[in-house]
Design a protein around this ligand. Structure first.
Ligand code: MN
Length: 498
């Protein structure tokens, strides 16, 4: 389901025609060597495409507009080999709509102490050129990423790789379409929001359908397709009957298989990439979609519960941004449920009624079928597992009435201390940073929701950069967060974003 364009990033090298033909030949040659070696490093998720050296305002404007028009171009990386007078960049930069990265590097690593002369220095003056270019980008008030370091260093290339995923998130965000099944859960505040504003700011299209229409698509799935998928489930997952009759259990599982197939066909046919459900509005469906949603999330669909379309879009976005990460550990919607307040073992149990993405699973995944205790449908089948461990980020996009804020918290996922045999849902357990108590106070002060879009495979820096390109406030809660500093940041945010 994660089908993306063959994205590329344009490498645009700045210079000018003051230095003569020979110098410009060297500039082009250096840029070609850099592009080839960076692409050959295997460290970037998307290739660099070298563009002709940019010398004049006309060339720069034409090139950056060509970047805008190229659907496969996900961003522009600039590097100033020499001094590129930055008034030449103004017209082009003002029209650039793709994410911009300014790479602060130089072709030669070391000053050639014995041979350096004025010719060498005029040809290799990135420090000089970087400042001229950077000044104009700052003056234009443009969002851009700065990465400084030697271009062949793994650390630099890893940071570029990480930024490329942010840029893909910026470009892909405009194509995210969320299908709402019915409306939001009654009386709940944080799952609401301004959908028109979300389309203006993030590009998301958010549409509702009556659940009866989706139920019809589910009913249209043939019994043989359902049986084949149930067989696949039984092969892949452990079956935990919990004392239920095997035939009755399988029939409950088949309901979810039919929902998975019908819902996926409906989403594909209408070109949606994320879905929300609401346990209290399931006209025509036998069960709340549980296992079905978990499987769709694993395939790359976004999901939000109780009509939470913002979380659904964010989960989809984060799945796009982390697509193809090596040894990925997973991305899912999660919900803060229950605290553990035992000194030294503090944490928050993350779960939901059903719909946690199995990409987070560590080890065995079982199917269980248990009462829901909410809504008015039969006991739904669901996938049950515990999550992997390690650092991750929880993000929560909130609507403050006049604007959006993205809350991003670094968290540390840990193993549950003991098994919870009577809890029939997938779980994660984490301690928020900077520490449990400050972390939960900070999240609540910032207004973060009880739903989050969580990923092991993205960083707070990537999400904060994404928010910056979108022009919305990002509040990062990490090891450096103090309540005093946070209050000041939120006060500043109230002045800056309105
Ligand atoms: Mn919920």
């Amino acid at each position: 389901m994660i089908e993306m364009k063959q994205y590329r990033f344009w490498f645009c090298v700045g210079s000018q025609d003051l230095y003569g033909e020979e110098c410009l030949n060297h500039v082009a040659e250096h840029a070609r060597i850099m592009t080839d070696r960076i692409n050959a490093s295997g460290l970037l998720p998307f290739p660099l495409v070298l563009k002709p050296t940019l010398l004049t305002s006309g060339m720069i404007r034409a090139t950056l507009n060509a970047a805008n028009a190229d659907e496969n171009c996900a961003g522009v990386i600039t590097w100033m080999h020499t001094f590129s007078p930055a008034k030449s960049w103004i017209a082009g930069l003002k029209e650039l709509r793709k994410p911009l990265l300014h790479l602060l590097t130089q072709f030669n690593r070391e000053i050639p102490y014995d041979s350096i002369d004025m010719d060498f220095m005029n040809e290799n003056q990135s420090a000089h050129g970087d400042r001229e270019f950077g000044h104009v980008v700052t003056r234009l008030g443009m969002e851009r990423k700065l990465i400084a370091g030697y271009w062949e260093d793994e650390k630099v290339l890893t940071r570029i790789a990480s930024w490329m995923r942010t840029a893909v998130g910026v470009v892909e965000s405009r194509g995210i379409r969320v299908m709402r099944m019915a409306d939001n859960m009654r009386n709940v505040a944080v799952t609401e929001g301004d959908k028109v504003e979300a389309q203006q700011v993030f590009g998301w299209e958010v549409d509702a359908y009556p659940s009866s229409e989706i139920a019809k698509a589910v009913r249209d799935v043939s019994q043989s397709d359902v049986n084949a998928l149930v067989d696949e489930y039984y092969e892949r997952y452990t079956i935990l009957l919990d004392g239920r009759d095997p035939g009755e259990f399988r029939r409950h599982v088949a309901v979810q298989a039919q929902i998975e197939l019908g819902l996926e066909r409906f989403l594909k046919e209408k070109n949606y990439h994320a879905v929300v459900t609401h346990f209290d509005d399931l006209e025509g469906l036998q069960q709340l979609p549980g296992l079905a949603i978990q499987r769709l999330e694993e395939k790359g669909y976004g999901f939000g519960a109780e009509g939470d379309w913002k979380t659904a879009a964010m989960v989809r976005l984060m799945k796009l941004m982390s697509a193809g990460v090596k040894d990925a550990k997973g991305t899912s919607m999660l919900e803060d449920y229950t605290y553990n307040l035992v000194p030294g073992k503090e944490g928050i149990l993350q779960a939901h009624m059903l719909e946690i993405c199995p990409s987070l699973a560590d080890g065995e995944i079982a199917i269980r079928c248990q009462p829901l205790s909410m809504g008015r449908r039969e006991d739904p089948a669901r996938l049950v597992f515990t999550s992997k461990t390690g650092p991750g980020i929880a993000a929560s996009l909130i609507d403050l009435g006049t604007r959006f804020r993205l809350v991003i918290q670094e968290v540390d996922c840990k193993k549950n201390e003991r098994p919870m045999p009577r809890l029939p849902v997938a779980t994660a357990f984490w301690t928020p940073r900077p520490d449990f108590y400050t972390g939960i106070e900070a999240w609540v002060l910032t207004g973060g929701a009880h739903h989050s879009s969580f990923s092991f495979d993205l960083s707070a820096e990537q999400m904060a950069d994404w928010a910056a390109y979108m022009g919305v406030e990002a509040v990062v809660l990490d090891q450096n967060t103090t309540m005093q500093g946070l209050k000041r940041d939120l006060a500043l945010g109230r002045l800056l974003y309105r």
